[in-house]
Design a protein around this ligand. Structure first.
Ligand code: SF4
Ligand code: SF4
Length: 379
């Protein structure tokens, strides 16, 4: 018989989904109310009913590389209206988390985000690396010998370069490998569902689709369709834009340093500095709003994985602002200590990006773009 498909259920995967937040999935009776209520579900092969079925059977290969799981923004509307409290929104969230585990290698690092007992490791490790590199190169200097506080005297630019140039390159490489595998799996998934052909994803056409998809993602248009969780749009936008803005600020200061040979600290009235401070305030405000939303929410389960990123974002914002106040207040000992903590948090953010919840920003962008790309290719 032609076109036969071999289904290989992965029973361990059912347990993994349950542990990651889909513990009610077996209550599903396939009534499809969730699919009807979801405003983001496409007309052709809609979700999340079919994903609930696949999850109930433990069909890992139909789920982790399924772009549809990333079209869900966990608004909670379907979970709210499910007559069996099977919590399809949470189940899709759990599958997304397992998808991140599948694509960001090595898998062992994900364990650090499964259990809060590993929390000290996530901070002690970067602290040790920064200290070891600083001491072994002789660049770290924690003595303040008077005069205004200039952080580059304690943590010289060359020390920052040795640590913070290879780190994003390594993170980018891990993400690149994950994205390549994810794209191949999504193409195979769509081919199986009769939604694409079996040729590899065409990179130029994909990148062109990315350019047209990004404004929709940046504007958070999909968040506006939520009924239960509508308020999350503003808080999510504040945090996302803060990260983008602060990355832009860092890039501008690198340009000023290497191209214009202009060294900090810069005036508080410098427009880039004002922009950075506003972004820092937005990061703190957005993180606090997201924490409040999660504490209040009855539609959405929260895990250590979620709290970790919210806590990290909040403390990044707070330590970033405090280092500046301590410098202006001329409190060198405290300023050096808080700046060191801030560096550890930045290291942590970059190094663990492929494994923390922040990875969903990357993988969701790829999946949303792939869906649009595949639709275009179909026409
Ligand atoms: S998850 Fe709930 S609403 Fe969706 S098909 Fe199952 S029982 Fe019905
Ligand atoms: S949580 Fe919201 S976006 Fe996700 S499947 Fe349910 S209704 Fe759709």
């Amino acid at each position: 018989m032609k076109n036969r498909c071999l289904v290989e259920p992965d029973l361990k995967f059912i347990d993994a989904i349950k542990k990651a937040g889909g513990d009610s999935l077996k209550k599903c009776i396939q009534c499809a109310s969730c699919t009807v209520v979801c405003k983001l579900s496409p007309d052709l092969q809609p979700f999340p009913r079919k994903e609930m079925l696949y999850a109930g059977w433990g069909l890992k290969d139909r789920l982790v590389g399924n772009p549809d799981i990333w079209l869900c923004y966990n608004c909670g509307d379907c979970s709210d209206l499910c007559p069996r409290q099977a919590m399809p929104g949470d189940t899709l969230g759990a599958i997304r988390r397992l998808s991140i585990k599948e694509y960001s290698k090595p898998s062992a690092i994900h364990r650090l985000f499964d259990d809060p007992r590993y929390l000290p490791v996530l901070f002690i490790l970067p602290a040790l690396i920064i200290t070891a590199v600083g001491l072994s190169t002789g660049l770290l200097n924690l003595q303040h010998d008077g005069g205004p506080i200039v952080y580059a005297r304690f943590f010289p630019v060359s020390l920052i370069e040795i640590i913070f140039i290879p780190l994003p390159i390594l993170t980018g490489l891990i993400l690149f490998i994950g994205i390549r595998k994810m794209l191949a799996d999504m193409q195979a998934n769509f081919f199986y569902r009769g939604l694409s052909n079996d040729t590899p994803v065409e990179p130029v056409a994909f990148l062109k689709t990315l350019v047209t998809t990004l404004p929709e993602i940046i504007k958070h248009e999909k968040f506006a369709t939520c009924t239960q969780n509508r308020g999350r749009k503003l808080s999510h936008m504040l945090v996302s834009f803060s990260y983008l803005n602060l990355a832009l600020v860092a890039g501008t200061f690198v340009f000023a340093l290497y191209i214009l040979d202009s060294h900090g600290p810069y005036s508080q009235l410098n427009p880039i500095k004002i922009f950075a401070n506003l972004s820092g305030i937005a990061l703190i405000a957005g993180s606090l709003m997201l924490i409040k939303d999660r504490l209040k929410s009855h539609q959405e389960q929260s895990f250590y994985f979620d709290w970790y990123l919210l806590g990290l974002s909040l403390f990044l914002g707070i330590t970033g602002m405090i280092t500046q106040f301590l410098r202006l207040a001329d409190r060198p000992e405290m300023a050096i200590a808080i700046y060191f903590i801030h560096l550890v948090l930045v290291f942590n953010l970059i190094a663990f990006l492929p494994y923390s919840k922040l990875a969903h920003f990357i993988y969701r962008t790829v999946a949303v773009t792939y869906s649009a790309y595949a639709r275009k290719e179909q026409r």
